[in-house]
Design a protein around this ligand. Structure first.
Ligand code: URA
Length: 253
C-alpha cells in the first residue's frame, strides 16, 4: 500500500504517528488445558441437538465434526444447544471468504448483528473494517466469526456453558476453513479461546495456537474497546503489523 493511502487509513483509525516494531516476541505457548480440550472434544462428538420445528427436518444424527458448510449453516441457524435461541432474532454464522488465510474471531453478536445476521456490522464493525483496510485487507478476503453464534441478551458476557455449547461449531468452521492465522479480537474471545484469565496486555504480541490444526493465533483489542479507549489504537496498529508479518511468513510455508 502506498504511503498516502496508509496515512489515510491511520487517520480513519485516528492514529497520529506510529512505529513499526523491529522484533516481536513470539512464543509458541498453547495455553489450552487438557481438561478444556477434552470437554470440547466430547461436545464435538455429539450430534447437534436441534429441537426447533424447522430443525426436525435436519440431519441430527451427523456429528458436528462431519458437517459440510451448508449443513453447518443449517445446524447453526436452528441451534437450541443453549438458551440463547429463546432471545435471539437470528443466529450469526460468520461471513467472508471460505478459502481465507485469516480468520478473525470476535465474542458474540450485538444488537445490530442480531438484526442483520452478520458479524461486526455496528460501530465496532466499521472500525474493524478500517483496521483491515489499513493492512490492505477487506472483509471479503478474510473470514469473520464469533465464539457465540447467538446474541447474549443485553450484550452481557457469554456464559461458559454457552461457549462450550457453541465451540463445536467454531471448531468445525476452522476445520473447513483451514486458515493460516487466527486473530482473536477482544479480551473475552482471547480468554475463552486460550482458556486463560491473563490480561490483554500480556496476551498481545505473543503467538499461541488454537484448534484442530494448532493454527497460529494472535490477539488484539476489540474495536468496541478501541472506540472507548482510542489511545490504545496505536498498540492495535502494532498488533496489525504482526498479523501482516505472520501472514506473509505463513503463506510461504
Ligand atoms: N462484537 C463482537 O465481538 N462480534 C460481533 O459480531 C459484533 C460485536
Amino acid at each position: 500500500m502506498d504511503e498516502k493511502k496508509r496515512q489515510k487509513h491511520l487517520q480513519i483509525m485516528e492514529i497520529q504517528t506510529w512505529e513499526v516494531r523491529k522484533s516481536e516476541q513470539i512464543k509458541g505457548a498453547d495455553m489450552a488445558t487438557h481438561k478444556r480440550k477434552k470437554a470440547v472434544e466430547e461436545e464435538v462428538k455429539q450430534p447437534a441437538k436441534a429441537t426447533s420445528k424447522k430443525a426436525v427436518t435436519l440431519n441430527q444424527e451427523k456429528p458436528i465434526a462431519e458437517l459440510t458448510w451448508k449443513e453447518l449453516e443449517e445446524q447453526v441457524a436452528n441451534c437450541t444447544r443453549c438458551d440463547l435461541y429463546k432471545t435471539r432474532t437470528q443466529t450469526v454464522f460468520g461471513v467472508g471468504n471460505r478459502q481465507a488465510d485469516l480468520l478473525i474471531i470476535g465474542e458474540a453478536p450485538g444488537s445490530n448483528e442480531d438484526k442483520q445476521g452478520e458479524p461486526f456490522v455496528g460501530r465496532a464493525g466499521k472500525l474493524l473494517n478500517s483496521m483491515l483496510h489499513a493492512i490492505n485487507l477487506s472483509r471479503e478476503e478474510i473470514f469473520i466469526a464469533n465464539i457465540l453464534k447467538s446474541r447474549p441478551p443485553n450484550n452481557r458476557d457469554p456464559k461458559p456453558e454457552e461457549v462450550a455449547a457453541c465451540t463445536p461449531f467454531l471448531l468445525r468452521q476452522i476445520t473447513l476453513l483451514k486458515p493460516k492465522l487466527i486473530l482473536a479480537v477482544g479480551r473475552i474471545a482471547a480468554q475463552f479461546l486460550l482458556n486463560t484469565t491473563e490480561a490483554m496486555g500480556k496476551l498481545r504480541g505473543q503467538e499461541f495456537t488454537y484448534g484442530p490444526y494448532h493454527t497460529p493465533l494472535l490477539v488484539t483489542y476489540h474495536p468496541a474497546y478501541l472506540l472507548r479507549a482510542p489511545r490504545e489504537k496505536r498498540k492495535s496498529w502494532d498488533d496489525l503489523q504482526l498479523v501482516v508479518k505472520r501472514l506473509e511468513q505463513l503463506s510461504h510455508k
